[in-house]
Design a protein around this ligand. Structure first.
Ligand code: NDP
Length: 310
C-alpha cells in the first residue's frame, strides 16, 4: 500500500527537505507519497516542526506516528490532541554542528580570544591562557548533544563534569545527577554549557541561587533553550562580575526583540539560534528509518517520554 506522508513543517522548509526525504524513502524501500497537504484522515505519518501548520492532531485518525524534525519538543509534548507516538530528531548532522558550536565558543572564552581579536591597538600585553587540563567545564544535559559535546571537550583535555536527570557513566566525564550533583558541578565550573530540554523541571534552572554557586568570573553558554535561564538573574550576575560573559543562542522570544537588553550588554554574545540545525540529508534517513520501523511493526526510534517532557 502506498503511504501518505504529510510534511507539516514551515512551508519554506519544503524545498530544503523534499528531495532528501524522497531519496531517503527510496533508499529505505518505502512506497510513499510526500506532500504538504492531504485530507487529514488519509495521512499515515506526520513529519512535524513547531513552526508548521498543525496544532490539532485529532483529525489525523489513520496516522501512526508524528516524526519531529526538531530535537527540542517542548512546543508539542504537552499538546493534548496528540495521542500518537511522538519521535524527536536525533541526527548525526545536528550533533556534529552542536559539537562545533560548543567547542568553538568554549575555546573563545578559554583562550581569551576577544583580547586579541577586539584589541588590535598596538599594546603588547601577553596574557597566557591556562591549559584546558586546568579548566573545568560543566555540561548540563548528557543526552545526544550534551554527551557528544562533553566527549569532544574531554578529548581537548578539558576537565568535564556532566549533569543529567538519571545516573550515567561516560568515559572521561565526571557524571553527576540530582540536586546535590548540580550543586557540585556548578561550584567547580569555569565554563557552564546548557544542553537541557525545556521542561517543567528545567525552566529557570539557572536562577539567581544557582548562578551564585559559580566561581567568580565564569562563562555561560546556552545553546539549549532560552527559558532555562532567569534573564534578570543572568543580567545581575554579569553586572556584579559573578559571570564574565554569556554566549546565548536561544531566547524566551525568538527572534530576540531589537530592544532586548541582551543585544547591548557588553557581557553577552547573541547568536541567532544557529548553534545547530537539523541537516536534511541525515535527518531524512532517520525519518525514513522510523517509517520503515512503523510499517514493519518494530519499535520507533527516539520516542519522547511524554511524562518526563523530552
Ligand atoms: P536529549 O533528550 O538526548 O538529552 C537531554 C539531557 O538532559 C539528558 O541527559 C537528560 O537526562 C537531561 N535532563 C532532562 N531533564 C533534566 C532534569 N530535570 N534534570 C537534569 N537533567 C535533565 O536531548 P538532546 O541532547 O538531543 O538535546 C538537548 C536540547 O538541545 C534540546 O532539547 C533542545 O532544546 C536543544 N537544541 C538546541 C539547538 C540549537 O540550535 N540551539 C539544536 C538542537 C537542540 P537523562 O540523560 O537522565 O535523561
Amino acid at each position: 500500500m502506498t503511504l501518505n506522508v504529510l510534511f507539516a513543517a514551515a512551508p519554506e522548509r519544503w524545498d530544503f527537505y523534499q528531495a532528501a526525504l524522497e531519496d531517503a524513502f527510496r533508499q529505505a524501500g518505502l512506497d510513499a507519497i510526500l506532500r504538504q497537504e492531504f485530507a487529514p484522515g488519509e495521512v499515515d505519518y506526520i513529519i512535524y516542526a513547531p513552526n508548521g501548520p498543525i496544532s490539532d492532531f485529532s483529525p489525523f485518525t489513520r496516522a501512526k506516528a508524528v516524526l519531529s524534525l526538531w530535537a527540542g519538543v517542548e512546543g508539542i509534548v504537552t499538546n493534548k490532541s496528540l495521542t500518537l507516538p511522538l519521535a524527536r530528531m536525533v541526527d548525526r548532522g545536528l550533533s556534529e554542528g552542536m559539537v562545533e558550536w560548543v567547542t568553538g565558543h568554549v575555546l573563545r572564552h578559554h583562550l581569551g580570544m576577544d583580547r586579541q581579536i577586539l584589541r588590535q591597538d598596538g599594546v603588547w600585553d601577553p596574557v597566557i591562557p591556562p591549559l584546558a587540563r586546568n579548566r573545568r567545564v560543566a555540561m548540563l544535559g548528557l543526552g545526544e548533544l550534551g554527551r557528544a559535546c562533553a566527549q569532544a571537550l574531554a578529548a581537548l583535555n578539558f576537565r568535564v563534569s556532566g549533569w543529567s536527570r538519571t545516573e550515567k557513566r561516560i568515559d572521561g566525564i565526571d557524571c553527576r545527577y540530582g540536586d546535590d550533583g548540580l550543586r557540585e558541578v556548578l561550584t567547580s565550573a569555569g565554563i557552564v554549557v546548557l544542553l537541557l530540554p525545556l521542561t517543567a523541571a528545567t525552566q529557570n534552572l539557572m536562577n539567581a541561587d544557582r548562578l551564585a554557586l559559580l566561581p567568580k568570573g565564569g562563562f555561560l553558554l546556552n545553546p539549549g533553550r532560552g527559558a532555562l535561564i532567569d534573564d534578570e538573574a543572568l543580567l545581575a550576575a554579569l553586572d556584579d562580575g559573578r559571570l564574565a560573559h554569556a554566549t546565548l543562542d536561544v531566547f524566551r522570544t525568538e527572534p530576540l526583540p531589537r530592544d532586548h537588553p541582551f543585544w547591548a550588554h557588553p557581557g553577552i554574545t547573541v547568536t541567532p539560534h544557529i548553534a545547530s540545525e537539523t541537516r536534511a540529508e541525515t535527518a531524512s534517513e532517520v525519518i525514513a528509518e522510523n517509517i520503515r520501523r512503523g510499517e514493519a511493526g518494530e519499535p520507533f526510534l527516539f520516542l519522547v517520554d511524554r511524562g518526563a517532557g523530552y
